[in-house]
Design a protein around this ligand. Sequence first.
Ligand code: NAP
Ligand code: GCO
Length: 261
Amino acid sequence: MDMKDFSLEGKVAWVTGASYGIGFAIASAYATAGAKIVFNDIKEELVEKGLAAYKEAGIEATGYVCDVTNEEQVEETTKKILDKFGKIDILVNNAGIIKRIPMLEMKASEFRQVIDVDLNAPFIVSKAVIPSMIKNGHGKIINICSMMSELGRETVSAYAAAKGGLKMLTRNIASEYGQYNIQCNGIGPGYIETPQTAPLRVPGNPFNEFILAKTPANRWGKTEDLQGPAVFLASDASNFVNGHVLYVDGGILAYIGKQPQ
Ligand code: NAP
Ligand code: GCO
């Protein structure tokens, strides 16, 4: 085995919703591994904020305003990326939202909004990018799944439904396009310190203790914990890994939980 298989030198990576959070960490790791970075966000000011953050990290990124649920914007952005770079080697469907509302109190429109961003959008963006990957003879698609691809909990019905569906979309893309040397895998982060989970980590929130008791590592994950697995799944080192969801959760899924003392 050649360690160069883990390199992303010369690759073009599009990470959706990567102005900050998990997407920013994954894109930063890809830059360190040699890739050119493209990202998008819904709002111009967040794209600008992201460009500044990448620049501060010494990374020359390209950012676009694009709502991943909007097919026209996705197709336009895909064309811009292909016109500028000539290819997209790696796509990370990272953009995502969550709404923590008890199901009986959740409006159908709220449920649909979560499904739209967390499940329909990965379909839309993958559908826009796959033809160029087929033409190039290779491609890597990485869908950011979740513990909720496997588990439910109160108040996250829409999110769990979306992330469970995303696991199966991952397997289906792998099944349908593996013949073109396209590998589609998922990353299932555990509970990670980002703006999305900030409400769960406020001091005194019992959920914080709950997660620590459910995590053998006895800590929240950091976005840096996801970087190595993300580079592996984007690199030639994983060319025979397809349709797999790699859980990066500190052991939550394996553990019944610390017994009360
Ligand atoms: P985050 O901090 O909330 O960031 C989400 C990003 O997605 C933001 O940049 C957001 O942009 C963008 N986004 C949302 N809707 C979009 C749309 N329609 N079009 C384009 N961009 C959009 O979330 P995170 O914690 O980094 O999570 C990133 C991914 O990991 C999500 O898919 C999430 O479900 C998943 N995940 C997170 C955890 C965790 O513990 N944090 C664990 C497992 C999985 P705006 O700021 O403009 O909304
Ligand atoms: C929640 C959390 C989780 C994490 C992540 C876990 O409310 O339970 O937000 O859903 O975001 O998806 O893997």
